[in-house]
Write a protein that binds this ligand. Structure first.
Ligand code: PMP
Length: 361
């Protein structure tokens, strides 16, 4: 027996995560490159100081004030509005989705997604002993709805995970897809539309939040890590039928959201217009980056997110390394030959273009 006595199927596995390297231009984890203003920092500091005076007590387990503020924020994206009872939050949308698998996956059950997609999904399944079923996207990274419905009907998954926009391709789901897939999943399962990058979607692309009243099995997850410019906060959340939130309450750890997290998130939400203020600029920078890459004869996936997947390169690692040698860190992820660049500031994108021109000519 080798030490430590870790579960057999976990032996030798590497933990998930992008390299965290201290280089001048970091375009590898889809963060918002713009930090908070001094006024926002001061407001957060005051809120945390207030929370600190009550640290001898456990925080509000049900995080009611935060759920109320998140519901108000989400209500702007759907004519039906969102109530606090429909909202649940945790430490990043990764934790929200793991909780969903803990409550709705498990032995004898299956979870399904369509590759290439976010590589944490199979890990949630592995960690909850849920069978993992992987469908595939078409060559343009869209989902063939007929094939997807057939796979769902054959496998009867209890959780379907669909990011829109998708990571690492940036592909958004067309509006008719969510309704059709939610119906195919039926009430023996849940359809999770992961809108981690939802705020970056192009004009005219609706949020799946609009379909919540029609589909009790629909869950829409969001995060403050991306457009909201608060990756360091670790705050993700979902909107769904209140019965789904109640199911998660059974599996969540008590007091999973610290008083400091709740106070910080509430203060950040008060500064939503500022923190989200660069989204339009980042969208424009994304469209310019996609156009520039295409002008160079590269393939680029259409993107509704704050990153672009481009290629293809016979030796993508050499391109990634060449950029890194020039102080530009991007991500070696996605199908063979492709690379993903997060959208940074105008100066950072200039550095990316210069470095890529040097590396690939
Ligand atoms: N969903 C997708 C599609 C992502 O790309 C990420 C982060 N890379 C997450 C969820 C998780 O983000 P967080 O836990 O920071 O909310």
């Amino acid at each position: 027996m080798t030490f430590p006595p870790i579960r057999e199927e976990l032996r030798g596995l590497e933990p998930y995560g992008a390299p965290q390297l201290d280089v001048p231009v970091q375009l590898n984890t889809n963060e918002n490159p713009y930090g908070p203003s001094p006024a926002c920092v001061a407001d957060i500091a005051t809120a945390v100081a207030h929370a600190a005076s009550g640290l001898h007590r456990y925080p509000d387990r049900e995080h009611v004030e935060l759920r109320t503020a998140l519901a108000a924020y989400l209500s702007a994206d759907t004519p039906h509005g969102v109530t606090p009872e429909q909202v649940w939050a945790a430490n990043g949308s990764n934790e929200v989705m793991l909780q969903l698998l803990q409550a709705f996956g498990g032995p004898g059950r299956a979870a399904l997604s369509f590759a290439p997609t976010y590589s944490m999904y199979p890990e949630y399944a592995r960690d909850t002993h849920t069978r993992w079923v992987q469908g595939h996207r078409a060559d343009d990274f869209s989902i063939d709805l007929d094939a997807a419905v057939a796979l769902i009907e054959a496998e009867r998954p209890s959780v379907v995970l669909l990011p829109s926009p998708n990571n690492p391709t940036g592909t958004a789901l067309p509006p008719e897809a969510v309704g059709r897939l939610a119906t195919a999943v039926g009430e023996q399962g849940i359809l999770v539309v992961d809108e981690a990058y939802g705020e970056f979607r192009r004009a005219g692309v609706p949020s799946a939040l609009e379909l919540l009243p029609e589909h009790r099995n629909l869950v829409v997850t969001r995060t403050m890590s991306k457009a909201f410019a608060a990756a360091g906060l670790r705050l993700g959340y979902l909107a769904a039928d209140p019965a789904i939130c109640d199911a998660i309450r059974v599996v969540r750890l008590p007091y999973h959201l610290s008083a400091v997290t709740q106070a910080t998130a509430l203060a950040a939400l008060r500064h939503a217009p500022e923190l989200l203020g660069k989204v339009d600029e980042l969208r424009a920078e994304r469209d310019a980056t996609v156009a520039w890459l295409r002008e160079r004869g590269l393939q680029v996936a259409d993107s509704d997110a704050n990153f672009a997947l481009f290629g293809t390169f016979p030796d993508r690692h050499a391109v990634w390394q060449g950029l890194l040698d020039r102080g530009v860190l991007i991500r070696e992820v996605g199908p063979d030959g492709w690379l993903r660049v997060s959208i940074g500031t105008a100066d950072e994108m200039q550095a990316f273009r210069k470095a890529l021109t040097e590396v690939v000519g």
